[in-house]
Each structure stands twice: as C-alpha cells, then as structure tokens.
Design a protein around this ligand. Structure first.
Ligand SMILES: C[S@@+](CC[C@H](N)C(=O)[O-])C[C@H]1O[C@@H](n2cnc3c(N)ncnc32)[C@H](O)[C@@H]1O
Length: 220
C-alpha cells in the first residue's frame, strides 16, 4: 500500500483538517483561493446542479471522505446513495455527517476505488477532490466508468499541476506530507476519461482545480 493511502487510512491532523476546511464555507473559500487560485463557489454551483439530479437516482460518491457533499444534498431522496472511501478515519467522520444530513438510502462502504465491486449500477458517480490523493487516478476513473450504467454520468473535481507556481508549490508541500499522490495535468485528466470510454467530456478549471463531467455512452 502506498504512503498516501496509508496516511488517509490512518488519519492525521492534516486529513481531518481538510475535512474541517471543506465543511466551513469561508475557510474553504480562503484556502482554495490562496493555495490553488480557485473560486470555490464553482463547487457549490456544481453541487446545486447535482441536487436537482439525484431525486430517485442511484448515486456513488467516491471518495466521500468525511461526507462533505452530504450537507449540500440534505433532504434529498435518491433511490440509492453509496458513500465509498478507503479510509476508516474519514468514514467515521462521514458517519457523523450522515447522521446530520437527511439523505435517504445512504450507505457507507470502505473500499479502494480501483477495486470497488460496482458494475453498471449507478446513474451518477460523484468524485470531488479525490483523484490527486490516489496512486492510480487513471484506474480510479476506469472503475467509476465501470460503475455507472450506460447513459450514466461521472462528475467531480481534482487538483491539477501546471496552473501556476503557487499551486504547484502547494502540491509539492502536500506530497511531502503524504496526503497528495502524483498530481497530473488537465490533459492527463482528459486522457483518462477518454481511455475509460466516456464521452461528452467537459473540463473547466478554476485555478488549479479542474471540474469534469463525462457520460458513459448509451448501449446500441
Ligand atoms: C481530499 S479528500 C476528498 C474527500 C471528499 N470528496 C471531499 O470533497 O471532502 C480525499 C479522499 O480520498 C480518499 N482516498 C484516497 N485514496 C483512495 C482510494 N484509493 N480509494 C478510495 N478512496 C481514496 C481519502 O481517504 C480521502 O477521504
């Protein structure tokens, strides 16, 4: 198991610090602007769109981390909502977030994204701010593409390199602290989505955070 996966599995003050940051809007706005030159309102806009799509849908949220997304989807009624993550420490936080949010049919699952046991069964896969923490992001995207049904959508965000010296320095800092894996470019992200067989690909960058969406082709 890689050091980055071990760090997330174990949990540290930095991993729980991320969860605190992302769950406090003002802190998240300041941190993502200073570290990644990014306007985090882009994420809130994404979640508002997701909120309108999940009524009656089967949703996979991977990595769900400490359940940062749950609060934004509170009061919704998906048919099935799986929050999956490799980290027992983050899933413990997600459990608390799940108690506060009232999302119907929510279940938490500990698993590695690359080996998760899902096959063509979700309408939507959400993957926010996770790929840059994973040792095999291309394999992760392939597994997400496998998990959604034909016509299903994979959408999320990730930190990328090459957006500016300051964000690249933050990437190096978090790599030295063992919470970021190798971090790639926007072009690499596009290539993973294409290789996974997804189409209708959009990638929009806000500073060094790339927001992506892609669809699994319908059969036939
Ligand atoms: C920065 S957090 C993002 C979590 C959440 N989506 C959010 O926005 O707060 C990254 C998460 O990726 C998870 N993770 C890292 N490698 C993973 C893997 N191979 N499979 C599943 N989860 C993984 C970590 O445990 C952590 O919870």
């Amino acid at each position: 198991m890689t050091i980055v996966t071990q760090t997330w599995r174990r949990g540290t003050s930095i991993t729980s610090g991320w969860d605190f940051t992302v769950k406090h809007r003002a802190v998240a706005m300041v941190y993502t602007y200073l570290a990644f030159g990014s306007d985090y309102r882009r994420w809130y806009a994404d979640l508002a769109a997701v909120r309108n799509q999940i009524q009656g849908a089967a949703v996979l949220d991977v990595p769900c981390g400490g359940g940062a997304v749950f609060g934004h989807l509170s009061g919704t009624a998906p048919r099935r909502y799986i929050g999956a993550d490799v980290s027992p420490a983050m899933l413990a936080l997600a459990g608390k977030a799940a108690e506060k949010a009232s999302i119907q049919n929510l279940e938490l699952v500990e698993c590695d994204v690359v080996t998760m046991p899902y096959d063509a069964e979700f309408d939507l896969c959400l993957s926010y701010m996770g790929l840059h923490c994973m040792p095999d992001p291309a394999g992760a995207i392939a597994a997400m593409a496998r998990a959604v049904r034909p016509g299903g959508v994979v959408r999320g965000s990730t930190v990328i390199i090459g957006a500016g010296w300051r964000s690249d320095r933050f990437v190096s800092l978090w790599q030295r602290r063992g919470i970021f894996a190798d971090v790639y470019s926007k072009n690499d992200l596009r290539q993973w989505l294409v290789t996974a067989g997804l189409n209708a690909i959009t990638i929009e960058c806000s500073g060094a955070i790339a927001y992506f969406s892609a669809t699994k082709p319908a059969r036939g």
